[in-house]
Design a protein around this ligand. Structure first.
Ligand code: C2E
Ligand code: MG
Ligand code: MG
Length: 762
C-alpha cells in the first residue's frame, strides 16, 4: 500500500499440481502411450453394451472343411444360384478361395449364373497389410464383369479392427468400401468410420453354405436381404476376436461397420479433446474455487465416469486414457501432499493440530463469515512442563483446549508446540469478544487436575481483527500481540485493521520517506518567532510536514521517531536544512534580517559529521551562518554526552546559534543547559499554556525568564494561543514568543504577526 511493494504471483500448490498433471497427461497423449487403456475401456463398453442389428443382413458361412474340400466351387456355385432365386438383394463373396493350394483363384464358381450384377466380390489385402496388393476371391473372365469392393484394414492395436476406411485406394484404382456397400452409403477417401462393437454375431441370421447349396433353408429368410458369404476357420486362433463378443468370421467386421453406419455412425472423441476439457476443468477448480472445490472435484470425477459409461448406452467412442492419467496424477500429488501435510499438521507435544493446519483452514474459509484470530499465551509453561510426563502433557493441553471450547464445542484449537494456542472464531463485535475472553480468563482461575496434581494455568489473550489480511500474517500478528500482553495489567489485547495498516506503513516506511522527499510530499513550513521588545518578527522556525497522498497530513511527532528507526534521520535533516534555507532566502521575510531555526533531533548529535553537513549546506545555499539556529529536540535521547558536546561545540564554532528545545520537560533541564553550549532556551508549551490559570506555571515561567536573562541567553516561549498569555509573558519580560496566536506554521514565512504584539503592549 505504501511505497514500492512488488507482489510476485504465488502459484498455489493445487494449481501447480494441476498444471504438472496436465503436462504429464498431454505428453502421454502425444506419444499415445495409453492406447492399451483405451482399448480395455472400449472392450468393456462393447461387452457391456448391446444393440440389435437392422436384420437386413444374412451371413452364409463357408467353414474351413468346405473351403479346403474339392467341391468348394460347386458348393459356392449352387449356393449363389439358390440365393439368387430366393430373392436376395446383393450377395457379397468374402472368401479366401485362393488361400489353399497355389493361390489360384480361377474358380468355376460363377459359371452359368444369371444375375451376376447382384454379386459383389470382396477384395482383401494379400498379406493382411494395409497397403498391400488386393486379392479377390475369384479373378477370371466372369469375375472381371462383377462389381468389386474392398475390405481395407489390417488389424489395429491388439488385433482389433476399430474402424474402416471410406475408400480403399490402390495405385491403379480406388475401391468402394465393403462396409459402405453393405450399408448402402458412400464413403469418403481418407475418412475413418468407427465400428460399434455392441453388436453380436449371434444376432445375425447365419446359414451354412452347404445347406444353402442343398436348398435346405427357408427362402423367406433370404428375400430382400443382403447376403455375405464369409469364411469360418475351424481353428479359433485364426479367427479375429471381436472386442465385444469373442471370435467370429472376419466378415463380421464390415458387417458391424455397416450396421453402425445404418444406426447413424459412431461419434468419436479423441484424447486431446477429452483431455483439454478435463484439464481446463481441473485447473479452474484448483485455481478459483475454494470452499466448493470439493464439489468441483466430485463433478469432474462424475464427468469422467460418465465418459466411460456413456459408450455402453450410445454409439460413442472416447479416448479417455490420457484423462485418466491426468486425474490419477493429480489425485496422487494431492494425496501425497496432504499426507505429508497431515504429518506436519499435528504437534507431538500438545497433541493439537499445528498453526500450519490453522493457516490452511483459514485460507479455505476465506469466503465465509468474518473471523477473529484469537491467541492464548500460557504463562510459566516451561515450569509446568518440567514436572509433567509426556502423557500428562497431552492431558494438560487437552484440558486447556477443552476449557477454551467451553462456549463452542465445535471450535478447533491449534498449537505452535509452545506457549501459544491459536484458533479462529466467528466475530460479531469487539465488546462481545472482549467479554468472552474475560470469561475464559475467569474459568482458568481454577487449576487443572492432572493425575491428581493441581496444575495452575495462567493465560492471557489477544485477537487479530484485520479480516482481510493473509491468514499466516493474521496468526503471526495474534501471536506477536499476545506476547505483548501481561498478566498484571494487560491481559487482553485486540488488534484491528488500523494497527495492521500502521504495521504495513512502518514496514515500508524507508522507501516511503525516500519517495516522499523526492515527490515533494515532505516539505517545510515556517512559524514566526516574535520579539516582544520590538513587536517585530525576529525569526522563523522551520517545521517539517508530510502530506501523504493516501493518509493525508502525518504528524512529525509520529513519523520522526519512525524515521530514526528506519535510519533516515540524516537524510531528513539535510533536506530540512537545505529546503528551509532556500525557501526562507527567496521569501519577502528574508530581507528583514530574522533568523531561521531548524529542528535537529538529538540523536543526530552522535553523528560527528553533523557540523560538516551544516557547513556544506550553508555554503551551498549561500546562507549566513549567524542567521541559522539549530534547535535541539528531545535531548533526553543523548546517549554519548562526550560526542554530543564536541558536535555542539563545533557547531557553535561555525557560528550558528544553538537552541535547547522543550526546556523543562524530559531531561531538557538544567543539567543539559549546563553541559552544552546553548545560546537559546525554548520554554515548553506545557508551562506556557497554563500561565493564565496556574500560579505554579506562571512562577516557573518567570523563573526561566530570569534564568535566561542571567545566563545572557535568548528565551523563547512557545505555544502562545491567546492574548492573555501573550500579555502575561510580555509583562514578565520574556524576550521572544511563538505560538498559533502570533502565527501558524505556513508554507512561506509570513509577515503579519506585528498587529497582535502591539495589542499586547497597549
Ligand atoms: P517543537 O520543535 O517544539 O515544535 C513546536 C511544535 O508546536 C510544532 O508542532 C508546532 O506546530 C506546535 N505549535 C506551535 N505553536 C503552537 C500553539 O500555539 N499551540 C499548539 N498547540 N502547538 C503549537 P509540530 O510541527 O507538530 O512539531 C512537533 C515536534 O516535531 C517539534 O516540536 C519537533 O520536536 C519535531 N519536529 C518538527 N519538525 C522537525 C524537523 O524538521 N526535524 C526534527 N528533527 N524534528 C522536527
Ligand atoms: Mg522546535
Ligand atoms: Mg518545542
Amino acid at each position: 500500500m505504501f511505497g514500492l511493494k512488488v507482489k510476485l504471483p504465488v502459484v498455489p500448490r493445487m494449481v501447480r499440481h494441476a498444471l504438472i498433471a496436465a503436462a504429464l497427461a498431454f505428453l502421454v497423449a502425444f506419444v499415445h502411450l495409453l492406447q492399451p487403456v483405451d482399448v480395455v475401456f472400449w472392450r468393456l463398453q462393447s461387452r457391456l453394451g448391446h444393440v440389435t442389428p437392422s436384420g437386413e443382413m444374412l451371413f452364409v458361412e463357408m467353414r474351413e472343411d468346405t473351403l479346403e474340400g474339392p467341391n468348394k466351387d460347386q458348393v459356392l456355385n449352387a449356393a449363389l444360384r439358390e440365393l439368387g432365386q430366393a430373392g436376395s438383394r446383393t450377395i457379397f463373396i468374402d472368401l479366401p478361395l485362393g488361400r489353399f493350394g497355389n493361390g489360384n483363384t480361377q474358380s468355376a464358381a460363377l459359371e452359368g449364373i444369371d444375375g451376376l450384377d447382384k454379386v459383389r466380390l470382396v477384395g482383401r489385402p494379400l498379406h493382411g497389410d494395409d497397403e498391400g496388393e488386393l486379392r479377390f476371391p475369384i479373378e477370371n473372365e466372369q469375375a472381371s464383369k462383377i462389381q468389386k469392393v474392398a475390405a481395407g484394414r489390417s488389424a489395429g492395436p491388439f488385433g482389433y479392427f476399430w474402424s474402416v476406411p471410406g475408400k480403399i485406394v490402390r495405385e491403379d484404382r480406388s475401391y468402394g468400401s465393403f462396409a459402405h456397400a453393405l450399408a448402402r452409403r458412400d464413403g469418403e477417401a481418407g475418412q475413418e468410420y468407427h465400428i460399434d462393437y455392441r453388436f453380436v454375431p449371434e444376432d445375425f441370421l447365419t446359414l451354412n453354405i452347404s445347406d444353402v447349396a442343398n436348398s435346405k433353408f427357408d427362402p423367406n429368410s433370404v428375400i430382400g436381404r443382403d447376403v455375405v458369404i464369409g469364411f469360418v476357420s475351424m481353428d479359433t486362433n485364426e479367427l479375429p476376436s471381436m472386442p465385444g463378443s469373442g471370435e467370429a468370421s472376419i466378415s463380421f467386421v464390415p458387417i458391424f461397420a455397416a450396421e453402425s453406419m445404418k444406426a447413424g455412425n459412431v461419434a468419436f472423441v479423441d484424447r486431446f479433446e477429452v483431455l483439454g476439457v478435463f484439464a481446463l476443468l481441473l485447473f479452474l477448480a484448483a485455481a478459483f474455487l475454494n470452499s466448493i472445490r470439493r464439489y468441483a472435484y466430485l463433478l469432474i470425477g462424475i464427468g469422467f465416469a460418465a465418459s466411460l459409461i456413456a459408450p455402453i448406452f450410445t454409439a460413442l467412442r472416447i479416448e479417455s486414457g490420457a484423462s485418466l492419467i491426468l486425474l490419477l496424477a493429480y489425485a496422487a500429488m494431492r494425496g501425497l501432499s496432504r499426507w505429508r501435510g497431515s504429518i506436519e499438521m499435528n504437534s507431538g507435544q500438545t497433541g493439537l493440530p499445528t498453526l500450519k493446519a490453522l493457516t490452511r483452514k483459514l485460507e479455505a474459509d476465506q469466503l465465509q463469515e468474518r473471523r477473529a484470530v484469537v491467541a492464548a499465551k500460557l504463562h510459566g509453561l516451561s515450569d509446568v512442563l518440567a514436572v509433567l510426563g509426556d502423557e500428562q502433557k497431552l492431558e494438560y493441553f487437552g484440558g486447556i483446549a477443552k476449557r477454551l471450547k467451553i462456549a463452542n464445542t465445535e471450535l478447533e484449537i491449534f498449537s505452535d508446540d509452545g506457549e501459544h494456542l491459536v484458533w479462529s472464531d466467528v466475530f460479531e463485535e469487539r465488546g462481545i469478544l472482549e467479554s468472552h475472553l474475560l470469561a475464559l480468563r475467569a474459568i482458568f482461575a481454577k487449576p487443572l487436575e492432572i493425575d491428581g496434581k493441581q496444575v495452575d494455568v495462567t493465560v492471557t489473550f489477544s485477537a487479530d481483527l484485520s479480516f482481510t489480511d493473509a491468514a499466516s500474517r493474521r496468526i503471526g500478528n495474534a501471536i506477536a500481540l499476545v506476547d505483548k500482553t501481561s498478566l498484571a495489567d494487560l491481559p487482553i489485547l485486540l488488534d484491528d485493521q488500523q494497527d495492521v495498516m500502521d504495521r504495513e506503513w512502518k514496514v515500508s516506511l524507508q522507501s516511503s520517506i525516500d519517495n516522499a522527499l523526492q515527490t515533494g510530499a515532505i516539505f517545510a513550513v515556517f512559524q514566526p518567532k516574535v520579539s516582544l521588545k520590538t513587536g517585530r518578527i525576529c525569526g522563523y522556525e522551520a517545521l517539517v510536514r508530510w502530506n501523504d497522498p493516501e493518509r493525508g497530513f502525518i504528524s512529525p511527532a509520529y513519523f520522526i521517531e519512525q524515521c530514526e528507526q528506519a535510519g533516515r534521520m540524516e537524510k531528513l535533516t539535510r533536506f530540512m536544512l537545505e529546503e528551509s534555507m532556500r525557501k526562507f532566502q527567496v521569501s519577502d521575510a528574508y530581507q528583514y534580517g530574522g533568523t531561521l531555526s531548524v529542528n535537529v533531533s538529538s540523536t543526530m548529535l552522535s553523528n560527528t559529521s553533523l557540523p560538516e553537513i551544516v557547513c556544506d549546506i550553508l555554503e551551498k545555499v549561500g546562507f549566513p551562518e549567524d542567521r541559522l539556529i539549530i534547535e535541539v529536540t528531545e535531548t533526553a535521547r543523548i546517549h554519548d554526552q562526550l560526542t554530543a558536546r564536541s558536535v555542539l561545540s563545533a557547531l557553535s564554532a561555525v557560528g550558528v546559534g544553538l537552541s535547547l528545545d522543550d526546556f523543562g520537560t524530559g531531561s531538557a533541564g538544567l543539567e543539559t543547559l549546563y553541559n552544552y553550549p546553548f545560546s537559546e532556551i525554548k520554554i515548553d508549551r506545557a508551562f506556557v499554556k497554563d500561565i493564565t490559570t496556574s500560579a505554579k506555571a506562571r512562577t516557573i515561567c518567570e523563573e526561566v525568564v530570569t534564568l535566561g536573562k542571567k545566563l545572557r541567553m535568548n528565551l523563547v516561549a512557545e505555544g502562545i494561543e491567546d492574548q492573555e498569555t501573550l500579555q502575561l509573558l510580555t509583562d514578565m519580560g520574556c524576550p521572544t514568543a511563538q505560538g498559533y496566536y502570533l502565527g501558524r506554521p505556513e508554507p512561506t514565512p509570513a509577515l503579519d504577526a506585528l498587529q497582535k504584539v502591539r495589542l499586547a503592549k497597549n
